[in-house]
Ligand binder design. Structure first.
Ligand code: G6P
Length: 366
């Protein structure tokens, strides 16, 4: 184990640190500067087949589901095709209407999650077109799908997924780029995304370098019994993933809410003992997110902001900044500090980070 840990204290830490190289591996040979698009040969879909896709649905469990939600937003933005994500477990149990014109994407690090596998089998029984977005080559879901995009994150040991989740979103950005470029996404817009993807490894490196500051913040709030994670639109799946990570490894109760829903109930819970982590991407909604932060502050709630926007001084108790890249890719970078926040909170509380209680790395039984 010592050898495999390569000097790191645990696998989660090692795998977070590996993210820049993991992203670079996912991009290798797949970005096309000349035509401002992506090549995903494993999809087995020619331009006509890609154009025939009328809808995209991502299916996965846990973090893979949240990555799917980020993927759906990327597809809608870049390709303007309706897209959504659903927990694979719900899909398999609810007798879904299978749309022959849809592209279904089964998302799984391990490729062995039983609920996701069952969703794929249900789709195939009903004639749905399903591809995999899987990390482990030769896994059950990869084999059942027969085509898709491998994540190339390398082996992931920690129960809390970090580099595999990042590579899911990176892969969905390439899928969305490809779907966009066979439609109306301009070459200039495509080139912007290609450049943005190429910049990611270096930008993630910079976020990881903020480790000591995020550790300080985590320690300060580690006593909290409950936390909110708030975000709107592109910040919303980021908030959900941040809450998931904190729950998984620190055992602090964390709930994610769409920021605007706060006033419809959960605001009643905000007080000095209920910190909120607010995701503020540099998008058209910065003013709205500032409003959310002010509402929380007005009720005495501590606020930790994760942002790449320019915000007024003194707005929040803590501000964690990430580099500004192409706006569509913001969720990828904004997720990284949340891994570190969960990690350092769990570590301040003395938790077994790689093997949290009650959880398994892959859930292969019902
Ligand atoms: C388990 C893990 C989660 C993971 C989920 C999906 O519940 O605890 O961290 O996100 O499975 O795993 P998969 O291998 O399908 O991505």
């Amino acid at each position: 184990d010592d050898y495999e840990l390569g000097g790191h204290t645990d696998f989660m830490r090692k795998e977070m640190a590996e993210q820049p190289e993991a992203i670079a591996r996912a991009l290798r040979g797949r970005l096309d500067e000349r035509f401002a698009t992506a090549h995903l040969g494993g999809l087995g879909l020619d331009p006509m087949a890609l154009r025939a896709v009328k809808r995209v649905k991502f299916l996965g469990c846990g973090s893979a589901y949240y990555a799917g939600q980020m993927g759906a937003a990327l597809v809608e933005e870049l390709a303007r095709i309706p897209a959504d994500a659903e927990p694979a477990s719900e899909f398999r149990y609810r007798n879904p209407v299978v749309d022959p014109d849809a592209l279904y994407v089964a998302v799984s690090q391990s490729g062995e999650t039983i609920d996701t596998l069952a969703a794929v089998q249900e789709l195939r029984r009903k004639g749905g077109r399903v591809i995999g977005a899987v990390n482990v080559v030769g896994s059950a879901i990869a084999r059942e799908c027969g085509s898709g995009v491998f994540l190339h994150a390398g082996p992931e040991v920690s129960v809390a997924s970090t580099k595999a989740l990042t590579n899911m979103t990176v892969s969905f950005a390439m899928l969305a780029l490809l779907l966009g470029r066979v439609r109306d996404l301009s070459a200039a817009a495509g080139a912007r995304i290609v450049t943005g993807l190429r910049a990611l490894p270096g930008q993630v490196e910079r976020v990881l370098a903020d480790d000591a500051e995020i550790a300080r913040i985590a320690k300060r709030y580690a006593h909290a019994r409950h936390m909110f994670f708030l975000g709107r639109v592109s910040g919303w799946p980021v908030a959900r993933e941040g809450a998931q990570k904190l729950k998984e490894i620190s055992y602090i109760h964390a709930e994610a809410y769409q920021a605007a829903e706060l006033k419809h109930g959960p605001l009643a819970l905000v007080d000095a003992d209920m910190p909120s982590v607010v995701i503020v991407p540099a998008d058209d909604l910065v003013a709205k997110n500032i409003g959310t932060i002010e509402q929380v502050k007005a009720r005495g709630g501590p606020v930790i902001v994760i942002t790449n926007a320019d915000l007024p001084d003194g707005l929040a108790d803590e501000v964690i900044r990430v580099p500004r890249g192409e706006p569509e890719l913001d969720p990828i970078l904004l997720t990284i500090p949340l891994q570190l926040l969960a990690y350092h909170t769990a570590s301040a509380l003395g938790r077994d980070i790689d093997k949290p209680r009650n959880l398994a790395k892959s859930v292969t039984v019902e």
